[in-house]
Design a protein around this ligand. Structure first.
Ligand SMILES: O=P(O)(O)O[C@H]1O[C@H](CO)[C@@H](O)[C@H]1O
Ligand SMILES: O=c1cc[nH]c(=O)[nH]1
Length: 235
């Protein structure tokens, strides 16, 4: 069985998967962190691989950018491939002055300006939160490795280039950073009774205007990858 977007056969994908937005980040992780990686998908260049890390089976696959894209891939991973633990490893724009380029953010919950939650037909807006066991494990791993991080809210926005960006209002509410997918990831995990966590490396700062190069965004996220991989193989 394959899907319109994923050519993997049943069993090709591990129960735990890392999900970068960028296909080349997925390839970089497979090439540099996984043992014996096997590519299971290249449909639309959304590269996916399964290998082992510290002796345990783990997969990595790109999600593309934005909520519609991650919505499709994570729905299929959960419902058609039986994936149980989904860990997004993204980049984000910092909204707080004490977050520097390269710092790690773990999303305890995700706000959004997207209407994605509406299709669940709930009587309220859905409060999209991380799976606590995954978040707790990621924090334990980061503490053990002495890797700096902050845990808090992110904003999953539909709009990257925006007129009159209201990010300061979100920052005043304590929101740490902006990205574009976690709200849908957390909704799909809740609907599919799977576990999800999103973590990020700060690639730019809305506060200072600094930003990383595209090359650094692909490859310089080693601490986050280590935390995510250890978490994926030990929950
Ligand atoms: O680096 P990724 O995982 O793609 O994440 C962030 O980068 C993209 C925008 O440049 C959006 O997908 C945003 O969520
Ligand atoms: O979505 C994103 C990703 C990185 N930086 C941002 O400002 N937004």
């Amino acid at each position: 069985m394959s899907t319109p977007h994923n050519s993997a056969a049943p069993g090709d994908i591990a129960e735990s998967i890392l999900l970068p937005g960028d296909p080349l980040r997925a390839k970089y992780i497979a090439d540099h962190f996984l043992e014996s990686p096997v590519q299971f998908n290249a449909v639309r260049n959304i590269l996916g691989y399964t290998g082992t890390f510290e002796g345990k089976k783990v997969s990595v696959m790109a999600t593309g950018m934005g909520i519609p894209s991650i919505g499709i891939y994570t729905y299929e991973l959960i419902h058609f491939y039986g994936v149980k633990n989904l860990i997004r490893i993204g980049s984000c724009g910092a909204m707080q002055p004490d977050l520097k380029l390269g710092d790690i953010v773990m999303a305890e919950g995700a706000c959004t300006d997207s209407n994605y939650g509406a299709h669940f037909n709930l009587p309220t807006q859905f409060c999209a939160v991380a799976s606590f066991p995954l978040l707790r494990r990621a924090v334990e791993v980061a503490d053990k490795e002495k890797i700096r991080y902050q845990v808090g809210l992110v904003n999953s926005t539909d709009v990257f280039y925006r007129k009159n960006d209201p990010w300061k209002a979100m920052a005043e509410m304590g929101v740490l950073a902006s990205e574009m997918e976690s709200y849908a990831l957390y909704c799909n995990a809740a609907e599919g009774h799977a576990n999800a966590l999103a973590m990020f490396t700060v690639s730019d700062s809305m506060v200072t205007g600094e930003s990383m190069s595209a090359q650094d965004r692909q490859t310089s996220f080693r601490d986050m990858m280590k935390v995510a991989l250890r978490t994926a193989v030990s929950v």
